[in-house]
Design a protein around this ligand. Structure first.
Ligand SMILES: *Cc1c(COP(=O)(O)O)cnc(C)c1O
Length: 431
């Protein structure tokens, strides 16, 4: 029934790209190396559909790795971008839209009173850490193995996302001084957290409150509360990297969903509605340390960019209660469907999810940390992904990434995906 898509044009583009862009891409996971194939070049997207350079259509579960919670080319977002662009794309001066988006973020994210916009999550993380160090007068930062916080020098060690995908434990080019200031602890390991917070005078405990860059590995009961308690007890700041979870797992992010408030919050992806925007924020007393109000320097030519503010604001405006209810149900349908499809083919997988995020782990036991994720059948996941692509489904090309359901995904998209998944599971089980 499935006709293997022809990807000649993608292959040609890839060959050209290889001469000009390292690995043919501008961000590693796009190269699809972890699933053992060449990348698919995209021509356009609409709703939940991705159309490649050869005209093949796919149900897209990558959603640009998170920003596109409304799907591709959402009409209201496109209108907002176009209307804004007509009046100029950047001024290097403040605009009203920055206030509107900041107010909307502060309204939704419980711990944020004041924020600074940046152009990428990496930048926001880097700046939030700088602020935490300034506030505490300390340097070491605790992070969790398998968590990804952008490509900030000191935070690359045991990073998730592309680092996990490529098996890069730490990157050359990072100074020892930067790496030494990072304390790495296994996720969900209470004793290790307590020990690390006793041993090191930490500036910050930096955490993806629902890690999604080693695949989705939710916090065990009480774990985020423990982090809050350890931060309070030791004088470290608790910093939530909600670049993925913000506006996704709940309107107010993981901090709303789990009822644990951080001191600083890092936002990205959805906040820019598909354009480059990110932010970090917290209580005014902390954020007022940022220049020009305070002495902690932070700046950006395109920070608060008008197009990105317009896209972000329009995206947030669409995220009402009904939207979150729909996101929850489409997530559940996908998670249940993938599990059913695997069972039907006699393949053992473990689907882990929170609203808006799903990972089918190729293992039979629950994944509670990075070691568990890394122990999955990565070859199996890769083969299954290749089989999905041949059946018109575009999955994240790595076991260490989440699938991103969006409001554009229909029940039909889920059904089509589950059917393709079943056939793909059978194909790999037969080998
Ligand atoms: C994507 C991501 C980042 C980095 O954001 P960029 O905009 O890619 O720099 C940081 N933290 C988390 C949790 C992310 O998923």
């Amino acid at each position: 029934m499935s006709t293997t898509p022809i990807t000649t044009r993608s292959s040609e583009l890839y060959q050209r790209a290889l001469d000009l862009l390292p690995g043919g891409v501008n961000s590693p996971v796009r190269a699809m190396r972890a699933i053992g194939r060449d990348p698919i070049f995209v021509a356009r997207g609409e709703g939940s559909t991705l159309v490649d350079a050869d005209g093949n259509e796919y149900v897209d579960w990558v959603s640009s790795w998170g920003p596109l919670i409304l799907g591709h080319a959402h009409p209201a977002v496109i209108d907002a971008i176009v209307e804004t662009a007509i009046n100029g794309t950047t001024f290097g001066a403040p605009t009203e839209r920055e206030i509107k988006l900041a107010a909307e973020v502060a309204r939704r994210i419980p711990s944020v009173q004041m924020l600074r916009m940046t152009s990428s999550g990496t930048e926001a993380t880097m700046s939030a850490i700088r602020l935490a160090r300034a506030v505490t007068g300390r340097e070491p930062v605790l992070k969790f193995a398998g968590a990804y916080h952008g490509h900030v020098d000191g935070l690359l060690a045991e990073g998730g996302s592309g680092l996990a995908t490529l098996g890069i434990p730490a990157s050359p080019g990072v100074t020892e001084a930067a790496a030494e200031q990072t304390v790495i602890v296994p996720w969900n390991d209470r004793e290790a957290v307590v020990a690390a917070t006793v041993r090191h005078e930490l500036a910050a405990i930096l955490v993806e409150p629902v890690p999604a860059n080693m695949g989705v590995v939710p916090p065990e009961d009480g774990f985020l509360e423990l982090l809050r308690e350890r931060a309070d007890h030791t004088g470290a700041l608790l910093v939530f990297d909600e670049v993925i979870t913000g506006f996704r797992v709940a309107s107010g992010g993981a901090q709303e969903r789990f009822g644990v408030l951080p001191d600083l919050t890092i936002l990205g992806k959805i906040i820019g509605g598909g354009l480059p925007a990110a932010a970090f924020g917290g209580a005014s007393v902390l954020m007022e340390r940022i220049a020009p109000e305070g002495d902690v320097y932070q700046a950006g030519t395109l920070s608060g960019n008008p197009l990105a503010m317009a896209a972000g604001l329009t995206t947030l405006e669409a995220l009402d209660e009904a939207a979150y209810e729909r996101l929850r149900s489409v997530t559940r349908a996908l998670a249940d469907g993938l599990e059913r499809a695997a069972r039907g083919a006699g393949v053992s997988i473990r689907v882990q999810s929170v609203p808006g995020l799903v990972t089918p782990f190729f293992t039979s036991s629950p994944v509670r940390d990075y070691v568990g994720a890394a122990g999955c059948d990565l070859e199996g996941y890769g083969a299954w992904c290749r089989a999905l692509l041949e059946r018109g489904v575009y999955p994240p090309a790595s076991q260490f990434e989440a699938w991103f359901p969006s409001l554009a995904h229909s029940d039909g998209d889920v059904e089509r995906t589950v059917q393709a998944a079943g056939a793909a599971f059978e194909e790999i089980a037969a080998r």
